[in-house]
Write a protein that binds this ligand. Structure first.
Ligand code: ZN
Length: 431
């Protein structure tokens, strides 16, 4: 296998430590934004594309994109709505219960969630009678949350908005950022906002997709413009230290293909750093996350996956099979665009999210239709683009399987699932 030739970028500096000596290890090429689904009338218009290159900072260990598309372009009308998945509300209910039990003392304690989306987690706090407030940059989602009785400020979380919140609501006992950090261009500003809002003994809790899982399962499709950073504990530690804070607890989770939840407090707040933190730091060292070679090896595996999956789909197609896609998540578009899988291979994609139905995927222009169409059309194979919800999808689509439909899992190793025995083995993919 060819080794990627690393290139030095001198125009860019690391968004945590400011280091300017950064190496590119993966180039996914000019790509449209993963959530910019197209209406039929937009298909003939030119589609904006931006480079999608991933770099590694060998000072602090942060894996990041070297290009930031203006957040106003990416997040004003964000189409991902967390409540459309059945798995996430359960995840959020358990999350809220833990936070309330561990860190809240009185019903007056404020819980602030940044990037609160449609209010899925806020609702879980509301059910537990906690005082929860959201701050969400996407106007459509903030509006929907408020209409559902889940108090949400329509703004980005930063030092400015955090100061305004503190003025109005008082300090927060708990600040939560669920899949937020990866979207933030100015991480130092976010941590300054945290410093401004959090009370002295407050706790911040962040969930991020974990770099160890991304590399371990070759989840390259989770790389898209909205995800500016790919975190391990070591660079996060460095980030929070900028404002005198530390990670005192950490927990690996199965959501989003493998995430890590970190618990942060001010240094000197009287919380001991748990062995969960030191254990993960040791594991990251053992997995050589500080070494550039680990990343070039990953890039080479992505190349191999592209060859294997496209060869498999072409073979099925040339044998007369009809293939469709299941799920139109943002990551599906990274996979389709980078692997150059279009309507020559996939007839259509089904998705449960009504916002995406009737639209076309960015770049490859594959039509997205309601899930009900699956049994009408009964394609022979379904490419599982939303592979992180594989269990849920296989459970829901028993009728499709009963009628002879088969699933193709793209990641980490392209393969066809034909029976229940195989179906059970895919459960391990959802870690
Ligand atoms: Zn750095």
């Amino acid at each position: 296998m060819d080794q990627e030739v690393p290139e030095r970028l001198t125009m860019y500096s690391c968004r945590i430590c400011g280091n300017t000596q950064i190496d590119t290890f993966l180039r996914l090429g000019p790509t449209p934004l993963a959530n910019s689904f197209l209406k039929p009338e937009q298909l003939r218009q030119p589609e904006p594309c931006y480079p999608l290159d991933v770099v590694f900072c060998d000072h602090c260990g942060l894996v990041q994109l070297d290009l930031v598309v203006a957040p106003e372009i990416m997040f004003r009308d964000y189409i991902y709505v967390s409540s459309t998945s059945q798995t996430m509300p359960q995840h959020f209910a358990a999350y809220a219960e833990e936070i309330v039990a561990r860190f809240l003392e009185s019903p007056q304690d404020l819980v602030l969630e940044m990037g609160s989306n449609d209010g899925c987690l806020l609702r879980a706090f509301q059910k537990l009678r906690a005082r929860a407030l959201g701050i969400e940059p996407a106007a459509n989602l903030a509006l929907a949350a408020n209409a559902a009785g889940l108090a949400t400020v329509n703004d980005f979380f930063c030092e400015r908005s955090a100061r305004a919140l503190r003025e109005r609501e008082g300090p927060a006992k708990v600040v939560i950022g669920n899949n937020v950090l990866a979207h933030i261009g100015d991480l130092c500003d976010l941590v300054a906002g945290l410093d401004a809002l959090l009370c002295p003994d407050g706790v911040a809790v962040f969930e991020v997709p974990y770099l160890l899982d991304l590399l371990g399962n070759d989840e390259f499709d989770t790389i898209y413009h909205e995800h500016l950073s790919y975190f391990a504990l070591r660079p996060l530690q460095r980030l929070f230290a900028l404002r005198g804070m530390q990670i005192f607890d950490a927990k690996r989770l199965i959501v989003h293909g493998g995430s890590v939840r970190v618990y942060v407090c001010r240094v000197g707040a009287g919380r001991a750093v748990r062995s969960s933190v030191t254990g993960l730091l040791l594991l990251e060292k053992a997995e050589r996350l500080d070494s550039f070679e680990v990343y070039t090896a990953f890039a080479n595996r992505v190349k191999k996956m592209k060859m294997e999956l496209t060869a498999l789909l072409r073979e099925l197609k040339s044998s007369g099979a009809r293939i469709a896609g299941y799920g139109a998540p943002a990551k599906g578009n990274t996979l389709l665009n980078h692997f150059e899988i279009g309507t020559d291979l996939l007839d259509f994609i089904v998705d449960r999210n009504p916002c995406k139905q009737g639209m076309y995927t960015p770049g490859r222009h594959i039509p997205v239709v309601p899930v009900e169409r699956l049994l009408e059309k009964q394609p022979d194979y379904l490419l599982l683009l939303a592979w992180n919800f594989a269990d849920e999808i296989l459970e829901q689509q028993k009728e499709y399987s009963k009628r002879g439909g088969k699933f193709v899992v793209p990641i980490p190793q392209p393969k066809i699932l034909e029976s229940d025995i195989h179906a059970r083995s895919v459960a391990s993919l959802q870690r």
